[in-house]
Write a protein that binds this ligand. Sequence first.
Ligand SMILES: [Zn+2]
Length: 408
Amino acid sequence: MDRALAGAPFELTREIGAAQYVYLGGAKGLVAMAGGNLLLDPGLDASRAERIRKVLEYTLERLPKLYGVALPGPGAVVTAVSELPGFHGDTTSGRMMRLRLPANVETMPGTMLEHFVAHEVVHWWNSGVFGTDQQRPWLHEGHAEWMARLLLREQGLLGDAELRADIESNLNNCAAARGSKVAAAMKPGRQGDDVYACGMSLMLLGQAQRSEAWRQTAPLVQMAPLHRIERGLDVQAFVEWADAGSTQAAMARLLQDSQQAFDSGLLARLKALGMADGEDVKSSEQLPPGLRMKTAGGLMSALMSSDCDGAVGFWTLPKAFRLDAALKCSSLRVGSEVAALAGVPVLTDPIAAYAAVKSACQQGQTIKVGYMSGAETAMACPKTLPALPVTQLIRLRPDALQRLGLVS
Ligand SMILES: [Zn+2]
């Protein structure tokens, strides 16, 4: 099952993931809970089983109260321990959920487990109880991401410093993914978007606007009117929720104005709300880890596409990119791990790597590619030089959490 899921496209993952519910249906280890049943993989350790039970108990009690709508029947949560790193969840439109967890606990540090479970439970409401426009996945993914943080925060599992860093990282990932594209002109679906980072950024921006208009209302309570039984959540409904109580129609401008570039619009709005400022990018040290990886990936992607006749395929490891062995490239050694571009360790210092590639190409030289093992290769410069995905960073102001109503 895990082998079939590794590298599978989203639709296939859903299909195979759904089949697994049936496969595990006969297993022992059923924990009956108010509002749901938890099916434990015999390979799951007692400590993680208890953490999952606790967060399920909390969210399954909290969400019906917030929304005033209970699940139509008990939910079923199936856990599956896997040799794969990381984690994966899928929920059916009903009330079933499969949580794939890593055998190696260390690949899920901190409260990532609690966050993951809360995120998936929120989907039972945002895509199960309520209708959501599935063509715009940032709506339900962003809602699940932001709600999971608010739920963790209520349980005392997410501190100020961690939440600030997390918000800043997601805002920057979103600005990098969408860049100057016009939101109103973006194609439906997940491609060309970071549905998690952008969805969460837009949800918190909406909440900040509402906090301005509706002071004294707790963040989770402000989120609840976003979904209604009689009307599915789509972009128009989201805009109406976010702009309620304000005469500025700021969210409408950011998402529905055919002239508004997304990245500059997002930063302008954050500035206007007193939440953040822009900072010019000069060195890789300024970039949050996620964005640093993304920036490096952007350069690898541009060079690979040029060398491999438009094809791109690699996995990002901590210090290198493992190139997909199935691709055919002019000079890149596929199946190997690229660590340096134009002499610069690209994942550690992507900003310097962009500059070194640019300088080599401007001097009419080839681009040297260094690997974790084996000799260097040299590739021809692409027709157009890859540009940095981000030139301005979003930096939260010290009192940003106050603006969100998260600190009194
Ligand atoms: Zn999700």
